[in-house]
Design a protein around this ligand. Structure first.
Ligand SMILES: [Zn+2]
Length: 476
């Protein structure tokens, strides 16, 4: 079964056919780096990271571009407030973005272009739009001419009349129509500016994505993603600009994907409601793996409701996955026996069935919620097998380990193994456990209890089994 995606351009599920066989040109709108990114923005970063991984898993060569908006009103305002330059502000919050994104297991894009490093490309794009008759210059500003673009509104599915109703010309704007939007803004005192054919100024927000996506991915790209709040006006404007600049008749984007809103306790997140949560604050409160698990346990297009209970459930889910892997590792050391009567072929074919279901879920409009359900079916199968069979062959352990590893490569919700993360810590823990076992043998229960408490304080939980002492780390 091949990949089917819900395309917001047609509002239908469609088979995914790439422009070039075996390749995917993928653009996702990145953060405006004036502050830490909030938990609502963490959602597209996480879900589209998983879509990228899935496309790679399916054998596509993916070029994933995600920009940094490092110049706009919010950037200028914040830099003034902090008494630093816009560039210094951008450097600081690009580093903070990378820190939080890394913690959440979001892979870095292949290209992460910054608007201010692409001023010549932006100017060139604007020049093309003017030359093609779809933009005009007005006292140093350049505006997109909506009336010259009959397709305007085709992505958000609204006609011009309805859109005009909500639009206004703000003081200081020198445009003809309230819906016209700025491609270039004339310099204002105290703001960063660049030379241009229309005088000194700076780019509008929307044009940077058009200029940078065409530079790195070409005029016609496969997938463009972002939050549903970006559909209008940002993506509508991007499409109008890019298609007006290329004038090729080809669509800017073949598949538009938008993730649903994230609510906090059933309310829209806003600074005025006081429920604004940055990803940084969330990471300090909840394990990053649980945050990732939470985002993937809903379909990307559905709204999700962020609650402490939901996050606790997600943390319990992550713990269950990690426990399955550590139980498996422990059993591999103590219960491996190739002469066991275990029916390996049956197990492998059950695993294979589940794998087919996993693929079918991911290929059905990238349904991570269903795919996560299948991952738990795999865990259930492994746990039951471990429980019901005293001795198990090498093939069982290898196949189980491979399955967990390959799902985690796509979803990233199990995380690294303790032993891989810190070998010296592991050997220290194991030597304490060995000392405790010796203490128990010599009936020195005081020392045995003491060691258990030392380990407990470090988040290590011990379980004494007939095969020896098992340990696991509490999720932090
Ligand atoms: Zn964008």
């Amino acid at each position: 079964m091949s990949l089917i995606l819900f395309n917001d351009l047609t509002r239908k599920k469609e088979a995914f056919v790439p422009i070039q066989e075996g390749q995917v040109r993928f653009y996702s709108c990145g953060p405006t780096v004036y502050d830490y990114f909030h938990i609502g923005n963490a959602r597209p970063f996480i879900v589209f990271d998983v879509l990228r991984r899935w496309l790679e898993h399916e054998g596509y060569k993916v070029t994933f571009v995600q920009n940094f908006t490092d110049i706009d009103d919010k950037m200028i305002h914040r830099a003034h407030k902090e008494n630093i330059t816009v560039k210094e502000l951008a450097e600081r919050f690009i580093a903070e973005y990378n820190k939080d994104a890394d913690a959440l297991g979001i892979r870095r894009p292949d290209v992460a272009p910054r608007a201010t490093e692409h001023i010549p490309e932006i100017i060139k794009t604007i020049e093309k739009i003017i030359a093609n008759g779809h933009a005009y210059v007005s006292e140093g500003d350049v505006y997109f001419d909506i009336k010259s673009w009959p397709r305007y509104g085709s992505l958000c599915k609204q006609n011009l009349e309805d859109l005009e109703e909500g639009a206004r010309i703000e003081p200081g704007e020198k445009k003809k129509d309230p819906l016209d939007f700025a491609l270039w803004k004339a310099e204002k005192p105290g703001e960063p500016s660049w030379e241009s054919p229309w005088g000194k100024g700076r780019p509008g927000w929307h044009i940077e994505c058009s200029a940078m996506s065409s530079k790195y991915l070409g005029e016609n790209i496969d997938i463009h993603s972002g939050g549903v709040d970006l559909m209008f006006p940002h993506h509508e404007n991007e499409a109008a600009q890019s298609e007006a600049a290329s004038n090729s008749g080809k669509p800017f984007v073949n598949y538009w994907l938008h993730n649903g809103f994230l609510l906090i306790d059933n309310e829209k997140m806003s600074k005025s409601l006081g429920n604004f949560l940055t990803a940084r604050a969330a990471i300090e409160k909840f394990p990053p793996l649980a945050l990732r698990f939470f985002m993937l346990s809903a379909h990307y297009r559905s709204p999700v409701n962020f609650t402490p209970e939901g996050l606790e459930q997600a943390a319990a889910g992550v713990a269950r996955l990690r426990n399955c892997r550590s139980d498996l590792n422990f059993a591999a050391q103590t219960r491996k026996n190739n002469n066991s009567e275990f029916d390996l072929q049956k197990f492998l074919s059950e695993l294979d069935e589940l794998d087919k279901k996993f693929s079918a879920s991911m290929n059905d409009d990238f349904n991570t919620a269903a795919a996560m359900g299948i991952l738990f079916d795999v865990v259930h199968l492994i746990n039951t097998t471990l429980k019901e069979n005293e001795k198990l062959p090498e093939g069982f352990f290898q196949a189980s380990k491979d399955a967990l590893e390959s799902y985690d490569k796509i979803l990233g919700v199990i995380g690294p193994e303790e032993s891989a993360s810190d070998n010296s810590e592991v050997s220290e823990i194991e030597s304490l456990i060995a000392e405790r076992t010796a203490a128990r043998k010599s009936k020195n229960f005081a020392r045995s209890d003491e060691i258990r408490n030392i380990l407990k304080a470090r988040g290590i939980i011990l379980e004494d089994t007939p095969q020896g002492t098992k340990w696991k780390k509490e999720l932090v």
